[in-house]
Design a protein. Sequence first.
Lengths: 274, 80
Amino acid sequence: MRVKVLEKNERSIEVLIEGISLPIINAIRRYAMTQVPTMAIDEVLVMVNTSPLFDEILAHRLGLIPLKSDEALEKYRSPEECAECTAYARGCENCFAYLRLEAAAEGESVTVYSGDIVSDDPDITPVYKNIPIVTLAPGQRLVVEMRARLGRGIEHIKWSPVTVATNRYVAKINVDRSRCDLCKRCIELCPRKIFYIENNELKVRNEMNCILCKQCERSCPKDAIMLSWYEDKYILRLESTGVLKPERILSESISMLIKKLDELHEQMNKVTVK
Amino acid sequence: MQEDSDRSPIGDESMIIPIRCFTCGYPIGAVWEEFVKRVRAGEDPAKVLDELGIKRYCCRRILISHVELVREVMYFTKKS
Ligand code: SF4
Ligand code: SF4
Ligand SMILES: [Zn+2]
């Protein structure tokens, strides 16, 4: 097995994985989207809202604001534990982070930003401070209290730590040079600029960038291009919403998958040993 | 069938810039103000979007086509 990081920055990670079958990589991808927990505002108590947005729309917008979750995974209980907890209704601080938002427009209209949200827990704050939540006309007021908790993307997408999670094939591009007459059609058509001509020969570069759209294969007048893909090489790409570092999402997703499989393994042994 | 032509094509959800992209979930709300400011100052929207790191057309279409209606309707709320 071989893993190579193709791209890594604050927001996204792209890795080339060799020697694992697609279903497993896909499971990792789906776990990243639906199972890795993050913090998000889940309950909103509206005390005053004379803004132009209905309470429900306001609450929905607040829920979608990404909250920093790096520390939350250790600090707060898992959503399953919290759901079973009898103190849930009262709200214990092992499950919830408390946040407040207060704004009023006096003489001029005021835009309320995510940065105006005050959190009791300094680790749980909005990732971006400049998301407009609502605009208040003069005389309007907004007072809300919020509870954020850990949740998973499978329950609501606001808890998903990723925006885009994809895996793709790695292309194998074969050019039959005896047929190619250098008409340059493929060069013009390829959206990824894979082909170029050097020394009177059609060359291929950065195969990894090919999206297998097959434009080249379909439009080559000489039928000189043959596309296929590697059976054991895949590219996994995760883009974070900002709540967790992309590499953290990847490792959490893998460890959660392993945990699930361990559980299954244990259960299976119990059932079959009987 | 009822005539729909009088209705505004823009629903409530477009009144104020969405927090996330409807399609991919990217937090586009965070770049809205800079986007508007720079485009109003005369910059090319495509270039601004590129520089803000908005790559996908799902996010780009929301930012490009958004009309900030909230600034007009905000005066017509019930008094309390
Ligand atoms: S389209 Fe076909 S014939 Fe033309 S340059 Fe490309 S490979 Fe060669
Ligand atoms: S399949 Fe598409 S991206 Fe890949 S080389 Fe052909 S035209 Fe380019
Ligand atoms: Zn998008």
